[in-house]
Design a protein around this ligand. Structure first.
Ligand code: NI
Ligand code: MN
Length: 227
């Protein structure tokens, strides 16, 4: 598995040969100016919710790459009827879809969800991905929630992407509790530093995770790591 970070909550995973992109928000991100959006050519895009800081580059990337987009039913309807996209797969919380690289399950996120024009987006979501014999949890934007305990009981992830920037989502302290709920020791942080509201102290965040017996990775934007 390869993981590339494009800033904010946007990652691309290479899973069993497939490129799987999450929540594309790159071109307006001042921290991601060095990323060439045109170089991103995913096979699949997993969309956690429709807020502008997650979706702004979705339509151009999807049109150029022909990627299949997995999202809530409501986002799928908006992409089809208002944006003219066709390669869409609607889901809802609790459902799974088998794809070439593995299985994607849409799970609950405690957050709001609307599209940039105000259209209702359904329930905000996270994803549990099963591929290459591993389980990966992409939490999306979320508060700490009791539902995370179910993930820990039923399908503890090998690796989890958790928001840590506070204000709109969990902060570092709640993300540490979330990691315990889901029973995962290897965490990649997301949804921090992009705006003034969510700036964090990197060293303090890593120290707090380490003190809790957890490993927090804060990737550089544009960096690719193997896992
Ligand atoms: Ni959001
Ligand atoms: Mn957000």
């Amino acid at each position: 598995m390869k993981i590339t970070y494009y800033g904010h909550s946007c990652f691309q995973l290479e899973l069993d040969g497939a490129k799987v992109l999450f929540d594309p928000f790159i071109s307006p991100n001042g921290l991601a100016k060095h990323i060439d959006v045109h170089s991103i050519t995913p096979d699949y895009i997993l969309q956690s919710h429709g807020h502008v800081d997650h979706i702004v580059d979705l339509v151009p990337i999807a049109k150029r790459s022909g990627a299949l987009i997995l999202s809530s039913w409501e986002i799928k309807e908006w992409l089809e009827k208002k944006q003219g996209l066709e390669k869409l797969h609607p889901m809802n919380i609790g459902g799974s879809k088998k794809l070439g690289f593995g299985t994607v399950k849409m799970v609950f996120a405690s957050h709001s969800n609307s599209l940039p024009d105000g259209t209702y987006g359904g329930t905000a979501a996270g994803f549990l991905i099963r591929s290459e014999g591993k389980t990966i949890y992409y939490a999306g934007d979320t508060a700490l929630t009791q539902d995370m305990k179910l993930i820990g009981e039923l399908q503890p992830p090998d690796l989890a992407f958790l928001p840590i920037g506070d204000n709109f989502t969990m902060d570092v302290d709640d993300a540490i509790i979330a990691a315990k709920f889901i029973r995962c020791t290897r965490i990649i942080g997301m949804h921090y530093d992009t705006f003034g509201y969510i700036e964090i102290d990197h060293e303090e965040a890593k120290r707090k995770f380490a003190e809790a017996g957890l490993e927090l990775t804060l990737m550089n934007i544009g960096e690719t790591i193997a896992y």
